[in-house]
Design a protein around this ligand. Structure first.
Ligand code: P6P
Length: 331
């Protein structure tokens, strides 16, 4: 695609996406709507840091997390923006069931309005995650979401960190943008993010070691043994407790992110949700030259039977993701 100069405004980039592939016109319109909502959410988070919107609502979301006012505000801002876009149905972490917006519209959107909101109180990056699929018309409003991640036309997230960044893919590589607050628009920072095949950094919540599947335990133990063990290289570890922040690091400098299933009650398939966390991330990672599995199967081939279904996520540098799979295969 021409004119992929750093600094290209998001709306110019989206116009080129639409021009290059009319089939992506509606998906580009949805990304534009999410980006507009994200600019509002970024401002609300800034004000929320002043304490105004951090109060808990006392309600719980589908994850059992206590909803914070910011979770609800982000959900409302995003769904309001999607009402003006070609979106038939929305599956949101903050809503129990599928929401019907424009029944005859061509797209279905899975959204985590504010992933990691418990981090806001300590000024840690949080994010808005989205996956866009073709809508399947009819009375079964969940039908569009019972399709594999390979049907996603586009996916991405906004990370609200030191900068507000948009990481997006339309299946033509993974692009990154940063919000230029003076201009009030996202501008291109990378036309094609590339994950190095090899890595020396892994991300996992090590406090769960005693609960992990044995292959994950063995993989991490061998990473810890460094040059004295079979991996024959030393590793660094990171765990930010915010998926978008960890994934943005992996997309930027490589590494492997693991949220595996474990033996805790309710964690057999891990913590992260297929539709609005795992599948969008998997598309971004694969489009940047990385890999994403549940330890054995390719994430993008998974079909969620329920809109809040979970899946283990092991993703990032291909050599590391493949290495984890060898441990699962008993290698
Ligand atoms: P744990 C945040 O709540 C989240 O959904 C992801 O953003 C993050 O990677 C994960 O949970 C952290 O989970 O069990 O380490 O607190």
């Amino acid at each position: 695609m021409a004119d992929l100069a750093v600094g290209t405004p998001l709306d110019s980039y989206l116009a080129q996406v639409m021009q290059a592939d009319a089939g992506l016109r509606d998906a580009a319109a949805v990304v534009a709507a999410v980006a507009e909502a994200a600019i509002e959410i970024s401002a609300v988070i800034g004000r929320g840091a002043l304490g105004g919107d951090l109060a808990a609502t006392g309600d719980q979301n589908s994850d059992g997390d206590v909803q914070k006012a910011l979770d609800v505000i982000a959900h409302e801002r995003v769904t309001a923006a999607l009402r003006g876009a070609p979106v038939a149905t929305v599956a949101s972490e903050e809503a129990e069931g599928v929401m019907v917006l424009n029944p005859s519209a061509p797209l279905a959107v899975a959204i985590d309005p504010l992933d990691g909101s418990s981090n806001i109180g300590v000024n840690m990056a949080v994010g808005t995650v989205f996956g866009i699929r073709p809508a399947i018309p009819g009375d079964d409003v969940e039908a569009s979401f019972r399709t594999p991640g390979t049907t996603q036309l586009a996916a991405g997230f906004v990370s609200y960190g030191p900068a507000t960044a948009l990481i997006v893919t339309f299946g033509q590589g993974t692009q990154s943008f940063v919000l230029d607050r003076e201009q009030g628009q996202f501008r291109l920072t990378s036309p094609a993010m590339k994950i190095p095949a090899a890595a020396k950094e892994y991300a996992i919540n090590a406090s769960n070691t005693r609960f992990w599947d044995p292959p994950v335990k063995a993989f991490v133990e061998d990473c810890l043994r460094g040059t004295e063990g079979p991996r024959d290289k030393d590793f660094n570890m990171r765990w930010l407790g915010s998926m978008v922040a960890d994934i943005q690091r992996v997309l930027t400098r490589g590494g492997v992110f693991l949220y595996p299933g474990d033996s805790r009650k309710g964690y057999a398939r891990g913590r992260l949700r297929v539709l609005y966390e795992v599948a969008p991330v998997a598309m971004l990672i694969e489009q940047a030259g990385g890999a994403a599995t549940d330890g054995q199967a390719r994430i993008l081939d998974l079909v969620a039977t329920g809109i809040h279904e979970r899946a283990p996520l092991i993703c990032g540098s291909t050599e590391e993701v493949d290495c984890v799979s060898t441990y699962y295969a008993g290698g």
